[in-house]
Design a protein around this ligand. Structure first.
Ligand code: FAD
Ligand code: MG
Length: 333
């Protein structure tokens, strides 16, 4: 099935709990290959949404591998750079999640991403050959050196290597937008970047967790949270299907193939958007037990859905998680 990427508009069930009739204003705009929906709950705050869209456009121009003259594309073609600012901060977060996950999260996967190119393959197409995968896997897991002198990052990439921030930059972007809104005095907002959700302000939010085998608006659960990031990675975002096998866009750096961890989706919940985004990808690669343990080690919560529609979560979030689709069963470990 040819996927149109994540351009489907995510609807999100968010009810604000415990407040008067909010004057909610939603605005959407297309960034980073997906629809971004930003909601504020006071008409006077609507003007600050545009500033977030400008921020996203500027950030995308720096960190998108889909833009030929972006900073990350220039780094990938030249093989070296000394970086500061947003790009450096994203790489620092990526290194932290990569180290914590034993390399399951790995921004070096650009060669694998380019080889598999799942969103441009049609159902029934043959996957890459094992020798092509072996070459791309080698290029994705070796020859990348990032050193940090505290002031800037020095990055050295050997020939054929490349960095891909598709698994972490949206989470970082959500926090940057939240900061921008709060600077303007916005005390309650919701930012949804293609399924990466960032809540802003006190009070509770009930955030929908997508049914990984349903349509975009179908949920398997609702989680009640305060101000945080709720980021999901799943095998339903971008994939092609051949001989009954679904080849999706989250690669296991150990095999060079789409991760086969027994999960359909992994949601990470926590304070830092880049960490939550990288963590959701890492959990999807690592699988349920190791992935939930990693979340706890990082001080984050997580909810995973297995191939047999069982739902597992970290203990802290269990009381706030409600299953709303009886095809799914919340399992206590
Ligand atoms: P996540 O799990 O959050 O991330 C999966 C993505 O991370 C994969 O697509 C791959 O890029 C990378 N990845 C795969 N395996 C691993 C791993 N083990 N460790 C680390 N990373 C991994 N899409 C378009 O179609 N057109 C665009 O122009 C476009 N521009 C973008 C610009 C930016 C700045 C960003 C952040 C994304 C952009 N995208 C674009 C979307 C991007 O290509 C990914 O599809 C998307 O970010 C995946 O997010 P996810 O939540 O589905 O999955
Ligand atoms: Mg991610």
């Amino acid at each position: 099935m040819k996927r149109i990427g994540t351009a489907i508009l995510y609807t999100l069930t968010v009810m604000l709990v415990g407040c008067g009739a909010p004057q909610r204003v939603d605005r959407n705009s297309f960034h980073m290959g997906t629809w971004v929906v930003i909601s504020v709950y006071n008409t006077r705050h609507a003007k600050y949404i545009e500033e977030c869209f400008t921020l996203l456009a500027n950030l995308e121009a720096e960190v998108s591998t889909n833009i030929p003259d972006s900073a990350i594309s220039r780094l990938n073609s030249s093989g070296q750079a000394r970086l500061q600012g947003d790009l450096a901060d994203i790489l620092r977060a990526a290194k932290l999640v990569s180290d914590a996950s034993g390399g399951a999260f790995n921004i070096g996967v650009l060669p694998l991403q380019r080889l598999w190119d799942v969103q441009n393959r049609l159902d029934g197409e043959q996957p890459p050959t094992q020798s092509e995968i072996d070459i791309a896997r080698e290029l994705s897991t070796t020859g990348i050196d990032i050193s940090d002198d505290g002031d800037a990052l020095d990055v050295q990439l050997q020939k054929g290597r490349g960095l891909d921030l598709g698994g972490i930059a949206k989470g970082y972007a959500g926090d940057r937008c939240a900061g921008q809104l709060k600077e303007n005095g916005v005390n309650r907002a919701l930012i949804n970047i293609g399924g990466n959700v960032r809540t802003v302000g006190d009070g509770e939010f009930r955030v929908g967790l997508r049914n990984p085998r349903g349509r975009a608006e179908d949920l398997f659960g609702l989680v009640t949270v305060g101000e945080c990031n709720i980021v999901t990675s799943g095998d339903y975002e971008r994939y092609f299907q051949t001989d009954g096998i679904r080849y999706h866009h989250i690669y296991d750096p150990e095999t060079g193939k789409p991760a086969r961890s027994g999960l359909l989706s992994a949601t990470a919940i926590g304070e830092n958007g880049a960490f939550a985004d990288g963590l959701s990808t890492a959990i999807f690669v690592m699988g349920r037990e190791e992935g939930l343990a990693l979340a706890v080690n990082m001080g984050y919560d997580a909810v995973v859905v297995t191939e047999d529609y069982k739902v597992y979560c970290t203990e802290n979030i269990r009381a706030s998680l409600e299953i709303v689709n009886d095809e799914f069963e919340l399992v206590s470990d």
